[in-house]
Design a protein around this ligand. Structure first.
Ligand code: UDP
Length: 247
């Protein structure tokens, strides 16, 4: 199986992070995974949702929003607002991002605050949800560091870094980090989210008009986990350069 961009089956696309892309946000990162580019920006509000107050749940909350900018796709994608409703895919993805980030944040330590994570796809070429998670983990960490630097919090409310990657099967071969052309051809599509300790946060996997074996699942998991180790290393390098203590 020759990949269109000549990558080895276990080779992910080059990843890059550009921090501070949105200066008014407490933490922001433009993540690139090959041609997929997503802006991840974090703002922190000094309040919690009403349901938390009503149920007297202590600590803070984190919520995420995801959207594809109209010019991120090959043909223009109308904004949800112009259609008057949130697209089902976007809503599924933003809930995935929220769950993934809540695995990274210590909500008790965060105190009565809400972390808003906004992920906007600038350029879509497959793997936008996984890139959004990897970028968001960095943006959330940077935003929380800022809270500590501003002495609004004594301790960093971050438990771990989180990263995500896709794996798919084409012609019975498991491939890491599918681009759009590969995604279209894949018979199995699996998105994996894991922490820096290697613990899994979520697995979204499905056969597209096809099935997959137990053995293929294990193969996809190991490819994905290898990819995530590399992404976490890249996140750590950015955090080390940003001059703050490692998480
Ligand atoms: N895509 C698109 N328009 C859409 C949805 C998806 O062009 O409305 C493309 C885009 O390149 C995306 C890819 O299809 O990255 C795969 O979409 P999928 O729903 O699998 O999510 P993703 O892989 O981006 O997380």
């Amino acid at each position: 199986m020759i990949r269109l961009d000549d990558r080895a089956p276990d080779q992910s696309r080059p990843v890059a992070f550009q921090c501070g892309i949105a200066p008014h946000a407490s933490g922001s990162v433009l993540i690139s995974m090959g041609n997929t580019r997503v802006v991840c920006a974090v703002m922190i509000e000094e309040n919690v949702p009403r349901w938390m107050k009503e149920q007297r749940i202590s600590g803070g909350w984190l919520t995420a929003e995801y959207s594809m900018l109209p010019y991120s796709t090959l043909t223009r994608k109308p904004r949800d607002v112009s259609k008057g409703r949130l697209d089902g895919r976007s809503s599924e993805i933003q809930r995935l991002i929220g769950r993934s980030m809540r695995a990274a944040v210590d909500l008790e330590k965060l105190g009565p605050r809400t972390i808003w994570v906004d992920c906007d796809v600038l350029q879509a070429d497959g793997g936008t949800r996984t890139a959004a998670i990897t970028g968001a983990s960095l943006a959330v960490t940077l935003a929380c560091r800022r809270l500590v630097e501003e002495k609004r919090l004594a301790e960093l409310p971050i438990k771990t870094l989180v990263a995500a990657i896709s794996v798919g099967v084409i012609e019975n071969v498991a491939l890491l980090d599918l681009n759009y052309e590969e995604d279209k051809a894949a018979t199995v599509d699996l998105n994996l989210v894991a922490t820096e300790e290697g613990a899994l946060v979520e697995i979204q996997g499905a056969g597209e008009e096809a099935t997959f074996s137990h053995e293929q699942l294990l193969q996809m998991l190991s490819l994905g986990q290898k990819g995530i180790v590399d992404l976490i290393e890249a996140q750590r390098a950015v955090l080390a350069n940003a001059g703050a203590t490692a998480v």
